[in-house]
Design a protein around this ligand. Structure first.
Ligand code: 5GP
Length: 171
């Protein structure tokens, strides 16, 4: 199945001029969902052995957890400031206006853990850059990054030089 044909493009969301790629049309289609998770799982496996999957709020949870479950690994969430209940480390990242903070639990991964980062979509790469910082501050090693979708025209890979990056649908 052509997964791209199952994605919905929503013009002017969340604001004018942005063509938002809506993944919910894939999630609600049993066959498309299975193919998507299966293909992403194959890409994760291509990095070789690893210890943990890490995914950012909120669509990183949707894709990261079933892949972790399938491969018999754990999953650790990255969330916006103030959402995680235990002790956290944080990394600030730039928004269009001002900054925000992403957090991880201090014991989410162990020193030396090999980590694969999973998210729904690569745009500018800013989100993933912050995710990498958090994992590395906790002593983890990012062995690969897998997205469902990559907006190639935004050159997000430039920000991720030196890391293995895979995606299954490209625009
Ligand atoms: P970046 O930090 O690479 O610029 O943006 C990627 C993040 O923003 C991802 O976590 C992703 O969920 C979200 N994002 C940005 N644009 C889109 C879009 O068109 N569709 C979806 N589903 N997510 C997007």
């Amino acid at each position: 199945m052509d997964l791209k044909s199952k994605l919905r493009e929503v013009p002017d969301f969340p604001k004018e001029g942005i063509n938002f790629i809506d993944i919910t049309t894939v999630l609600q289609d049993a066959e498309a969902l299975k193919q998507c998770i299966d293909q992403m799982t194959q890409e994760v496996k291509s990095f070789g052995d690893f210890d943990m999957i890490v995914g950012p709020e909120s669509r990183g949870f949707i894709f990261g957890t079933p892949i972790a479950y399938t491969l018999g690994k754990g999953f650790a969430p990255i969330r916006k400031k103030g959402k995680l209940p235990y002790k956290t480390i944080g990394v600030e990242y730039e928004l269009e206006y001002g900054t925000d903070t992403l957090e991880m639990h201090i014991d989410a991964i162990k020193k030396g853990d090999k980590v694969v980062i999973v998210d729904d979509l690569l745009a500018t790469g800013g989100t993933t850059q912050s995710n990498i910082k958090l994992v590395e501050q906790l002593g983890g090693e990012v062995v690969g990054i897998v997205y469902f979708i990559e907006l190639s025209f935004l050159n997000g890979r430039e920000k991720l030089k030196g890391y293995e990056v895979k995606s299954i649908v490209q625009y």
